[in-house]
Write a protein that binds this ligand. Structure first.
Ligand code: CA
Length: 287
């Protein structure tokens, strides 16, 4: 019931869930800012003692100057969630990494990465199979006051991925987590649950926790999409008159401009002129 409530709120907040995953080249991160969430949502999980927000800092984030912040007390559970990748088979995921920063909390703690899981997408089943979760501390030292990047698909060490329920936990329990290679060998048809979500989560942790996330990358079949979480909206895109011509206003910025004249007006208002290749957000199907 609680899970259903959370997912309902995610579905309401996420345009991306109906549009499918966004794509961009690895060199062009999607800037997730207060006015452009790209399908990401902060949500309290069961309890009302967590909070999440987009902030500036802390320190020097790996991308831009801001990040997503999660705050919980000893009982709170807060997630930064997306439904954009629901139904994705694990074997199609080619990159999965994220960066975290701990401001305060126990020495082992860092925001985890998890998703509701279907251990065999080829078999119709309505039974909820729990979550598959990555936690850095199994094989890494988590530090306070510094940005750290976690490659969740690395095959060194004894593994960081564990299932919360059977049948996943029969192979990869929290007491003996698996590497990505192990879990995709044991569950070759596993997928992110179509009716679930992907979560970056803090809690429920004794003593509470404050930490941040940035530089989340998920690649499918070799094409990476990176999200740069930022506390403030970037300036509106700068466009030139030439960018507006030949249906340029329509093909790349149709969500913004009503027509070519509207686009040209914007180009005249935007100074300085953009450098070649800048400003058109050609890889962003939504805005
Ligand atoms: Ca950032």
């Amino acid at each position: 019931m609680k899970l259903r409530k959370l997912l309902a709120s995610l579905a309401t907040a996420s345009l991306v869930s109906t549009l499918g995953p966004l794509s961009a080249s690895a060199a062009t991160p999607l800037v997730v800012s207060p006015s452009h969430m790209y399908g990401w949502t902060f949500a309290q999980e069961d309890t009302a003692t967590g909070s999440g927000s987009l902030v500036n800092g802390p320190g020097q984030p790996p991308l831009g100057s801001g990040s997503a912040e999660l705050r919980v007390d000893s009982t709170g559970r807060e997630v930064l969630a997306s439904t954009a990748y629901n139904g994705t088979k694990l074997r199609d995921i080619t990159t999965l990494r994220y960066s975290t920063y701990r401001q305060s909390g126990d020495a082992a703690l860092a925001p985890s990465l998890s998703f509701d899981v279907d251990t065999d997408a080829t078999v119709a089943s309505s039974a909820y199979e729990g979550r598959l979760t990555y936690e850095p501390y199994f094989t890494h030292t988590v530090s306070t006051g510094t940005w750290q990047t976690w490659d969740t698909m690395e095959d060194t060490g004894t593994g960081n991925w564990w299932f919360s329920r059977s049948p996943g936990s029969d192979k990869c329990p929290q007491s003996n987590p698996c590497t990505w290679a192990e879990l995709t060998t044991d569950f070759p048809n596993a997928a992110i649950l179509p009716t679930g979500a992907l979560y970056i989560k803090a809690g429920q942790w004794t003593g509470g926790f404050v930490g941040n996330i940035d530089n989340f990358t998920l690649g499918m079949s070799g094409t990476d999409t990176t999200y740069d979480f930022e506390g403030t909206d970037p300036p509106p895109p700068s466009v030139s008159k030439d960018d507006c011509k030949k249906d340029g206003w329509k093909s790349s910025l149709q969500k913004i401009f009503r027509n070519q004249g509207d686009c040209v007006s914007s180009s005249e208002a935007s100074k300085p002129a953009p450098k070649p290749g800048e400003g058109m957000l050609l890889n962003n199907p939504t805005f």
